[in-house]
Design a binder for this molecule. Structure first.
Ligand code: SF4
Ligand code: SF4
Ligand code: F3S
Length: 268
């Protein structure tokens, strides 16, 4: 597609681990090539772009100016706010993540927080949160779509981008601004081990006979009953697997404050 047919996408990396980008590159409907060549113009993405150093910063400044009002802004990572954001500086000019995300938010047609860090602060915001890490929605004046998950699946990322590209608006959102099409159902209600839960067949400890039989993981810490996400139905990595199928309970990673609220991850 011509550049004019593609929606400019600026993807920022703040306080994060790049796991969400790892998820993005496993997209298959459309795959990453089709996404980039047919649907979006990826103007800035620190781990995928060819540019480096000054050139990278110029690309970002150019895109913010040229596509003002028209670009999609995706943010990966929490924003540290303590000491005026000094815990995160990006690039050659010493700008803080806080400054960069606020400036980028001003000209964005829509803002998508990719992952629990950008959505709700994530592990960076776990108590005692020395850097004052926050979700993006807490520092910008616009509506932000939150794609909870550490990471969210590639389908939840690409599906949300494509929804905006195809319909020119954001999808219906839940009380935490997560798209309902992806986060509308409880993990527990679509889990393949749910029949085991209902029959009272539980893994008592990892490696026991019940674990070998695929019993329910509730007693070894599964937080699926408290978590909203489509992991059991959509899975990860081209539909291959998801945490419970792999043998560990859900950790509640798509919920706000999961790191503090859902721990201990291996106890009920
Ligand atoms: Fe990494 Fe998880 Fe944060 Fe994504 S949400 S950047 S996977 S820590
Ligand atoms: Fe529910 Fe977890 Fe048991 Fe699945 S493994 S049925 S999500 S408690
Ligand atoms: Fe996260 Fe639970 Fe899905 S830990 S990846 S919401 S199964």
């Amino acid at each position: 597609a011509e550049l004019a047919d593609r929606v400019p996408l600026i993807w920022l990396h703040l306080a994060e681990c790049t796991g969400c980008s790892e998820s993005l590159v496993r997209a298959d409907t459309p795959n990453l090539d089709s996404l980039i060549f047919d649907h979006i113009s990826l103007e800035y993405h620190e781990t995928l772009m060819a540019a480096a150093g000054w050139q990278a910063e110029e690309n970002l400044e150019h895109a913010l100016k040229t596509y003002k009002g028209n670009y999609l802004l995706a943010v990966e990572g929490a924003v540290p706010t303590a000491n005026n954001g000094a815990f995160l500086t990006v690039g050659c000019k010493g700008h803080t993540g806080l400054e960069i995300v606020k400036e980028a938010a001003e000209g964005a047609a829509a803002i998508i927080s990719v992952g629990t860090c950008a959505s709700f602060g994530g592990v960076q915001a776990a108590a005692p949160n020395p850097t004052g890490a926050k979700g993006i929605y807490e520092v910008v004046d616009k509506a932000v779509v939150n794609l909870g998950g550490c990471p969210p699946s590639e389908k939840n990322i690409v599906g949300t981008l494509m929804y905006f590209i195809m319909f020119g608006r954001l999808p219906a959102l839940d009380m935490y601004n997560r798209p309902k099409w992806a986060y509308g159902a409880r993990v527990h209600d679509n889990c393949e081990r749910r029949g085991r839960f209902d029959s009272g067949e539980f893994v008592e400890q990892f490696g026991d006979e019940g674990a070998k039989q695929g019993y329910c993981l509730y007693k070894v810490g599964c937080k699926g009953p408290y978590t909203y996400n489509n992991c059991p139905t959509e899975r990860f990595n081209h539909h291959v697997s998801w945490p419970v199928l792999a043998g560990h309970g859900c950790m509640g990673c798509s919920e706000p404050n999961f790191w503090d609220d859902m721990a201990d991850f291996e106890k009920p």
